[in-house]
Ligand binder design. Structure first.
Ligand SMILES: [Fe+2]
Length: 479
């Protein structure tokens, strides 16, 4: 405020949009007085004349994958083709490994009664069990047949990998044949290659992540969300926080925009707004308050209206009509793959966006994650999915539409950012130069969550400086 005062003392007024822009004020304070002489008011037009306003360049968004295919009648064949397509893509990733160069089909291995020569096979995990002597037995399937894989704790790495295996994921196995089974020495998952570079933008701009606002719920944290809106308009926060707000150029909203209706039994008692369209209208009113030069990327979640089987199409239905009219909002499918921030000579950042319905399954069913906190460790779950190169490998971990032409949940490209939500807990981590972010939420704990043992971490915004890749968290939660 002292800067504003010093201009007033010189008899110069500042227009409201300049007063609330801390970055502009900072720049103004560095101008020599002779450039301001005779100026009654400083507004954006005046600053433009002085060359202090960098002209607004259109920010680049490139939608690399957003699913909007209408499914027809689903037959058994669609499921068969869907898993075949998954096998094709993931086995190709596995074959890139030196150890899996000479893979043979399961059908052929079954004809070898026993051999001391090592064999390598690739398949999908059809079943997993543990014997009384603590050996894992995996039924592995490829298009030519099914075979038993035995993994004993004599091979420590293979045994540790076996603990993490989930049904229907693709793996490679190296071992010896004995009595019609393969005794594994090594297990391979498709993995993320080590060659991913940590990209940094030549421009100083920020990406903000917002998840699970649940508009329409009684538990919606209105005061906190109002503060977020004020902050992003540079009307709230200390000098540094306002300055960061001015750098936000991209905002991802990772699903569960509204609370929805009929999502769980007796949900009605938790609803502040009982009409789904009105829930979206309110969300749209808030989005209108976000500065228009910020690009907003919006995915649906399992509370949103429309098909909840994955891939979920973008919110282009009648309930979200108000949302479709906003010029800076891109409505995407769940999952989606987007490139942002590309400039001449810089390829930009690839974002893998997934609401995260499957996360809870792996929190509960993978022992190494369950023992370290389960749903409290979205970082571990996200890493697991990246290693398996699939967003929901196990058939029962999500609801899905089997696309017979491709499996849209395969992670076939390596992102710079992997962003999820759904479990309402904030987490920021890094895996092989990929930034993993699970978003916070904007609801207080509900009875339903309490029953499910969830502990949300609401009203936090992770902000990534794309120039440095540094992540800051802004906490809006009122104690
Ligand atoms: Fe949610």
């Amino acid at each position: 405020m002292s800067l504003v005062k010093s201009f007033l003392e010189k008899g110069i007024l500042l227009s409201p949009e300049v007063v609330k822009d801390s970055v502009l004020l900072e720049k103004l304070s560095q101008i020599e007085d002779k450039h301001l002489e005779g100026t009654p008011i400083i507004n954006k037009a005046f600053l433009e004349k002085l060359g202090l306003l960098s002209e607004k360049k259109p920010r680049k968004v490139n939608i690399l994958f957003s699913y909007n295919k209408q499914p027809g009648k689903i037959t058994v064949n669609d499921f068969v083709n869907y898993f075949n397509k998954r096998f094709e893509v993931l086995s190709a990733f596995l074959r890139q490994r030196q150890e899996l160069q000479n893979v043979i089909s399961i059908g052929r291995v079954k004809t070898v009664k026993s051999s001391k020569e090592r064999v390598a096979i690739i398949g999908l995990v059809y079943d997993k069990s543990i014997t009384k002597t603590n050996k894992y037995v995996i039924k592995l399937e490829d298009p030519t047949g099914v075979i038993n894989i035995v993994i004993s704790n004599k091979y420590k790495d293979a045994y540790e990998s076996a603990k993490e295996l989930v049904l229907d994921e693709a793996i490679g196995v190296e071992g010896i044949c004995l009595g019609g089974a393969v005794f594994a020495n090594r297990i391979f998952v498709p993995e993320i290659p080590l060659t991913k570079e940590l990209r940094k933008s030549p421009e100083e701009e920020c990406l903000a992540i917002l998840g699970d606002p649940h508009f329409g719920s009684k538990a919606f944290l209105k005061k906190e969300f109002d503060d977020f809106i004020k902050w992003i308009n540079q009307e709230k926060g200390n000098k540094e926080q306002r300055e960061i707000a001015s750098k936000v150029k991209y905002l991802v909203i990772i699903g569960d925009l509204v609370e929805g209706v009929g999502i769980y039994p007796f949900q009605e008692k938790d609803l502040e707004i009982k009409d789904i369209k009105e829930q979206y209208d309110l969300f749209t009113e808030y989005l209108k308050k976000i500065p228009e030069d910020i690009i907003v990327l919006v995915c649906p979640g399992n509370h949103d209206a429309g098909r909840i089987s994955e891939p979920q199409p973008p919110l282009l239905h009648k309930y979200a009509e108000s949302l479709q009219k906003l010029p800076n909002v891109h409505l995407l499918s769940n999952p989606a793959f987007i490139n942002i921030g590309a400039t001449e000579g810089f390829p930009g950042f690839d974002l893998l966006l997934y609401h995260g319905y499957s996360l809870t399954y792996y929190a509960d069913n993978v022992e190494s994650i369950r023992s370290k906190g389960g749903q409290k460790r979205p970082d571990l779950i996200m890493k697991l999915l990246l290693q398996k190169r699939h967003l929901a490998p196990t058939h029962t971990s999500n609801l899905y539409v089997p696309d017979s032409e491709a499996d849209p949940l395969v992670i076939d490209r390596i992102p710079d950012f992997f962003i999820t939500g759904h479990i309402h807990r904030l987490s920021v981590s890094n895996y092989k130069n990929i930034t993993l972010i699970n978003a916070s939420c904007w609801t207080d704990i509900t009875e339903d969550q309490e029953k499910r043992g969830l502990e949300p971490q609401p009203a936090k915004i992770p902000l990534i400086n794309l120039k440095t890749r540094e992540v800051k968290i802004i906490n809006f939660l009122k104690e």
